[in-house]
Design a protein around this ligand. Sequence first.
Ligand code: SF4
Ligand code: SF4
Length: 425
Amino acid sequence: MALEDYKAEMERCSVCSYCTWVPLDQIKSWRFSKGCPSIAYARFMSYSARGRYSVAQALLEGRSGYTDRVLDIVYKCNTCGSCDVTCKVCRYNLEPLDMILELRAKLVQDGQRLQQHQAIIDHLIKEHNTLQRPKSERGLWADGVDVKRLGSEKAEVLFHAGCRFSFDGTLQGTARAAVALLRNAGVDVGILDAEETCCGSRAYSMGYRKEFAELAGRNIAAWKKAGVKSIVTTCADCYHGFKRLYPKMGSGFEVLHTAEFLDRFIKEGKLKFSRDIPMTVTYHDPCHLGRQGEPYVPWSGVEKKIRKQVIVYEPRRPRNNGAWGIYDPPRDVLKSIPGLKLVEMERIREYAWCCGAGGGVKEAYPDFAISTAKERIEEAKSTGAEAIVTACPWCERNLMDGVEQTGGGMKVMDIVELVQKAIRK
Ligand code: SF4
Ligand code: SF4
């Protein structure tokens, strides 16, 4: 679709501003009732989904040109999708997140790019990673790890580490532990080592569609060549790319997040715990595993107006309102760890507050990213938990940075780390 295809939506937005909050029936307190990090930070209506509809409309109608302010509004958004879920509580004919992503794609196409994003994309195209590191270092995280190297060996399942786990030294232990857990449960797993390529998900969210397609094409071709059937990843960004974006390009691979695999192993008795973990933890739903982790369902049909008023879609259009994301597997894993107590924050599942790292925000607006993380850390602290557990290295990195800037007082952990601790002899 092109931005022009959202013109009817721009007219239809009822300016209710529901998209800036958690849905009314989900609000547990005034303190944690906000849903949109962008407007919470900028405190101006243009920085909401509703405001971005207006900006897009003004651009299309020639009432505005590209200014620094317009670029700030378009890019200072986590593409977290909270607005999308809340809008759909009472609307079925608006797709705010898709429109925001399309608006970015138009800006990129028109050369209206952020310097910080462009630097990352230039490197990404050459070195196939978003962390501005040499491609040759990509497989170093797996040095000494007993796992098949695809190319010289064959395996049924590919473990895709992703850029953050491949290059962020503090977090690499999680990728190594994930591979060990898969192997211990009898999974025939392999890695692409230095030949692994960025999923392209972050390029897509920044608006770089051509670059995303190139990276996705490389990955799909490599998976076909390796002869794997399933892809497993511990990164929510990669999961979203493989599960939601790649099928639009004809990728037919089974895609699983490690949390789903671990949940399956525990329920099938393939993974048994041997140690108590006496901790109280809370779980942070990554946006790209939760509300944006829903399976892709293709649709082609028409929009009709009946009785000159009611919009209907024929055939019925899938409603991606976040309800079918991955929420229970990580929680079931945590609840099954002996001694561990899971306490919930106020904004959870499809109504979760974003960690702040997404949409190219961590790269271009570090203060905004940290401010969003701090809000989540305060919410986590309010539960009495000693650790915030998540299932995405981008969330972990930004929440860790947030904790550091707030003087500590909260551990940030990956679900894989906790499972590994609980099975250690
Ligand atoms: S985008 Fe949806 S929730 Fe937001 S103002 Fe428009 S109609 Fe209301
Ligand atoms: S995607 Fe997230 S940050 Fe962007 S407008 Fe929607 S709720 Fe706000």
